[in-house]
Design a binder for this molecule. Structure first.
Ligand code: KE4
Length: 441
């Protein structure tokens, strides 16, 4: 695969941006190869500046659930841009998107639009502290909620990939108020809440973890978090930035039937434009400025282009199915299941043990013989094998997340033929892993 132009572009980019990227995981540092520079994307295809074409399972890390450059989204954006790109004033679009979100997230009685998942979770944490008057928060090891100081403590995602449990620059005093607990461990969280519950403002959790790879909650785990927060007067915050609209149309809270006090959304809500939201119980959200004392603001919050892309994306996703047709969410889940079954079959044929996880149309595999329930299990998976597999897939035109600690995403534009091609490519990639392991011994 010719990546000459991308390599030259990468060298040029490194001179002016840290690592040549604007978000660390894009650097491919952990899979020991250089990233293709992307020229354009359409449907489930992404094209680099060297003219290589790939089937895309990153989908911009989740937002592109209806496929890249969907005609309905593009047309609406073109028309919106012609009306101006930002006003910094209220518009009908914001109310319209909030109401559409509320149809699938009824727990979000009131919500606030912001511009990134980081902003959504940072604001939700501040609100929880302001509402409860408590300073301590609980998060889970291997879960990632964006890069605000309070949440960069034993974070997952890029930090997990770079093996930095908490980032330099986060004041010790700030980190001291964040308690990081192993995910999926009922005893650990019960002990923390029994010991410190009355000082804890909230528990924030990825209800389906996606930043240690895709790791669903154990049976009953989310119920325990709900019970413990109620018992100790702490708020339960579901960070559904990644699993929102994906694990099911109503995200993890609909899939598992648990109602959090606050929810954070991102990615799909903006359809590829900078947009996120936090919201929940009215009595809590009424503490947010200007009606309440907890301050939060944003120049581009509710931006008309972001609202437009989000509205069109969610309209496509929530559209009533044709008579006798499954709904879009079900179609995505079934396609994802088909892909993973194919990968598991190919891995078995190659004699390579994998652990495959799926939640709706988010999924990942671990090169691990044992089940993966938490960050420690994910770290114990064979990351060298992952890097070999990743590279073998990229060379066959399959564009995957360049890290064991990320999740993959399927879109409405992935066809059965694309899935069959991806399964066949995986067979060759698993064989490359098996060869590499044989060569080691
Ligand atoms: P952003 O600030 O990147 O919009 O959202 C932060 C965030 C919050 N919560 C969850 C559950 C998330 O997954 C994220 C961001 N996800 C990463 C991918 N694992 C974004 C990709 C990147 O950092 O480049």
């Amino acid at each position: 695969m010719n990546l000459e132009k991308s390599l030259a572009a990468f060298h040029e980019a490194k001179r002016i941006m840290p690592g040549g990227v604007n978000s660390p995981v894009r650097s491919y540092a952990n899979v020991d190869c250089n990233p293709p520079f992307i020229a354009r994307a359409e449907g489930d295809r992404i094209y680099d500046i060297d003219g290589n074409e790939y089937i895309d399972y990153v989908g911009s890390w989740g937002p592109m659930v209806v496929g890249h450059a969907h005609p309905q989204v593009v047309r609406a954006l073109q028309e919106a841009a012609a009306r101006g790109t930002s006003y910094g004033a209220p518009t009908l679009l914001e109310t319209e998107l909030a109401k559409l979100v509320q149809t699938v997230y009824p727990s979000m009685e009131v919500m606030r639009m912001v511009s990134s998942g980081t902003e959504a979770t940072m604001s939700a944490i501040r609100l929880a502290r302001g509402f409860t008057g408590r300073d301590k928060i609980v998060k889970f090891v291997g879960c990632y909620h964006g890069h605000s100081d309070s949440l960069l403590v034993n974070a997952g995602s890029g930090l997990a990939t770079f093996g930095v449990p908490s980032s330099p620059g986060v004041p010790r005093a700030v980190a001291a108020d964040t308690i990081a607990v192993p995910y999926n461990d009922v005893d650990a969280i019960t002990r923390v809440m029994e010991e410190q519950g009355d000082a804890i403002a909230c528990i924030i959790v990825e209800p389906i973890a996606g930043n240690m790879g895709c790791v669903p909650p154990r049976q009953g785990y989310l119920e325990v978090l709900r019970q413990l927060t109620e018992k100790h007067g702490a708020l339960l915050i579901f960070d559904e930035v990644m699993c929102g609209f994906r694990a099911s149309l109503g995200g993890a809270q609909a899939a598992y039937g648990i109602t959090p006090d606050l929810t954070c959304l991102g990615k799909i809500i903006g359809g590829g434009m900078p947009c996120a939201a936090y919201g929940g119980r009215r009595d809590i959200m009424m503490h947010i400025a200007p009606v309440g004392p907890v301050y939060q603001a944003g120049t581009l919050s509710g931006n008309p282009l972001a609202m437009t892309a989000g509205l069109e994306t969610l309209r496509i996703l929530t559209a009533e199915p044709e008579a006798g047709e499954p709904d879009k969410s079900r179609i995505l889940t079934l396609k994802t299941k088909k892909l993973l079954l194919g990968w598991q079959e190919k891995a078995g044929e190659a004699g390579v043990a994998i652990c495959a996880h799926q939640a709706g149309s988010m999924f990942s595999i671990f090169f691990s013989e044992k089940e993966v329930f938490d960050y420690e299990d994910a770290c114990a998976a064979d990351q060298k094998a992952f890097a070999v597999w990743f590279k073998a897939m990229l060379e066959q035109g399959i564009y995957l997340a360049p890290s064991q600690f990320e999740t993959l995403f399927l879109s409405l534009s992935h066809t059965d033929e694309d899935i069959a091609r991806t399964v066949a490519a995986a067979g060759k990639a698993f064989a490359a892993v098996a060869r590499q392991r044989r060569d080691l011994f």
